[in-house]
Design a protein around this ligand. Sequence first.
Ligand code: AMP
Length: 528
Amino acid sequence: MADIVEVSNWQVHLEPGQQFDPSELLADGSLARSWVKSLSSNSDRELFCDGEGEWISRGEFLKLTENAAFSLYSRGLRAGDRVILSANPSVNMVAYYVAALRLSLAVVPVNTSFTEAEFGYIVNSVLPSAAIIDSEKRASWVEMAWSEIEAGSGFVGPGSNLPPPTSGLAIFDPRDRIMNSGESEEIELDASSTETVALIAFTSGTTGRPKGAILTHGNLLACAKSLNLAWRWTSEDRLILGLPLFHIHGLGVGINGTLCAGSSAILLPKFEPALVDKSIEGLSPSMFFGVPTMYQKLLDANVAAKLARLRLVVSGSAPMSRELHRAIRQVSGVEVLERYGTTETLIDISNPYDGQRIPGTVGMPLPGVRVAISNSTNEIFIKGPTVFSGYLANAKATRNVFPLDDGWFSTGDLGSVDDHGYISIFGRSKDLIISGGFNVYPREVEEAFESHPLVSEVAVVGKPSEIWGEEVTAFIVGDEGLSSDELIDYVSNTLAKYKQPKSIIFVKSLPRNAMGKVLYNLLRDQLE
Ligand code: AMP
C-alpha cells in the first residue's frame, strides 16, 4: 500500500490567468448560497427548459425554489433531515432539489427504475422525512417501507442509528404545480457551510449492495467549480442534459455545473436521439454530456453528425472505446472529451479542453485533484476537496476505501499513466482476471476486439477454472456470421496467448445499468 506514486507533474491546463484555489472558491461555503448569488443577477435570463422549448428565467426559478422550500419547511422538514429524490428530469424536480439544499436538507437521489425491495432498502438506510417522487407506485413503496419502520416491523438497515426524522413522511409530486404557499422570509435559507451534508448518493451497486456516499456542499462546490474552469464553462453556455438526475453525472455535473457557471440547460425528460436532434436544431445549445451508450445511439439514429455544432462534447461514467471515438469523429469532426470520476470522489480526471484529447485515456487530474497509482497493484487513488467523507452508517466500508489513513481514497479501479501525463483505466480491480498466474486486464482484451468491424460490443470476464484459476472469457455482440476462430485469429497479433479468450460467447446484448456500465457480476454468474 505504501507504494503509491503521485501523478504530480501534470494537470488539466486552465486558461492563462485562471487558477483553482480551493480556499477562495470554497469561501462561499454553501453550494446553494453560491447559486443564489449567480441566479440573482440578470434575473430575466433563460435558465432551464423542459425540452419543449418553454424556458424559465433565473428570477422565476429562484422564486420557485423559495416556494418549494416553504412547502418542505411547512411539512416539518428541518436542517439535516433526509429527502428522497426520485423523479424524471423536470424544472420542478430541480427546483425541489435546490430548495432542499437551501434548507440544508440532505438529498438522497434514487434510481427511478429501482424495485420495491430496492426502495425499501434505501428508506431503511436513510430514514427520510420526505420523498419527491413522480410516480404513484414508487410513492406507495416508500410509504409502505416507512410504515413498516414506524410499526417496528421494518428491516433495520444501516441507517438505524440516524436521528429519527422530526416529522412523519411527506410525499411531494413534482408533476404538481409548486404553489406560493407562504413567505420564505419566515424561514432561514442558505445557512449551510462547506461541511454541511448535501447529498447521500448511493453507489450504482454493480458489485454488492449500494452504499450511501456522504457528500458535502464543499465537495460538490469544488467539483462544479473545477469543471467550470477546466472546460471553459461560462454563462454563455447551454447544455443539452439528457442524463438521469439520480446519478452524479446528471445532478453533480450537469445541474450543479450549470448553476455554478450561471449558464443554461435543456432538461430532456429522457435521453432520446430525436430529442437531442430537436434541441440542436431549435434551442442553440453549446454542450452535450453523455455516457458511451448514448453516443452509440446518436450514431445509430444518424444524429451524431450534428454534434459538430456544439462547442464541447463530453463522455464519462464508463469507458468509451477507441472505435466509438473514431466513429463520432468521422461523422462530426468532434473530438469527444472523455473524463473519469466516481460517486465518492465526483469528477477527478479529464482530457484537456485545449490540447490533445486522446481516445482510450481519461486525461489528467483536474484542478485541485491529486491522483496516485500503486506501483505494485496499479490501483488508482484520489485525494482532494471533492473526496467524500465516508459511507452512511458503514464505518467498515469507509475504512476499506481509506486504507492509508491519510485521505487517499482507493477507487478500486486499475490504471496507468503515460509519459505525457495521460491516465488510462484498465477496469475495476474486482474484474481483474488472473489466469495461469498472469494478470489479464479485461479492458485491454476488450479493446483488441472492439476494432473488429463486425463486433459492436465486448465484455471480458474470468471463468473459474481448475487448471488456470480463471479462464479469459469474452461475451461478444456482433454480426451473425462471426465465428470464435476468426475472432481469436483477429486478436492473435495484438494479445499474448495468455490474454486471448479460451472461449467466446455470442450474445444479443450486454447487461448494463442505467449509466451504461456493463454488469460484469451478472456475466460471471452466467458462467458458474
Ligand atoms: P459511479 O460511482 O457509478 O460513478 O461509478 C464509478 C466507476 O465508473 C469508476 O470507478 C470507474 O470504474 C467507472 N468509470 C467512470 N468513468 C469512466 C471512464 N471514463 N472510463 C472508464 N471507467 C469509468
